[in-house]
Write a protein that binds this ligand. Sequence first.
Ligand code: FES
Length: 93
Amino acid sequence: MIVCSCNVLSDGAVRDCLNGGPACPRTPAQVYACLGCSPKCGRCARTIRAIMRNALEGAALDAAHGGSHACNTGCASGCSLGKVQTAGEGIAA
Ligand code: FES
């Protein structure tokens, strides 16, 4: 889905430029720079910030639990969907 119509940036492109390292973009402006463009109208900044928050919180949960959290909402231990699964766990019948 296109999240920035001025620069034709997709949500996937934004997520792809995020990584867990020290060079990871921490602001929407850094995301634009990472993707080789700059903000124009700024209408997408809030959406880009939300994508960043969700992606980085999801990565933190994955690291903390050693598995994946399918809904990616940051609710880990209280999640009623029980989507956290470690590598050693099988699928319950
Ligand atoms: S929609 Fe992204 S800068 Fe205008």
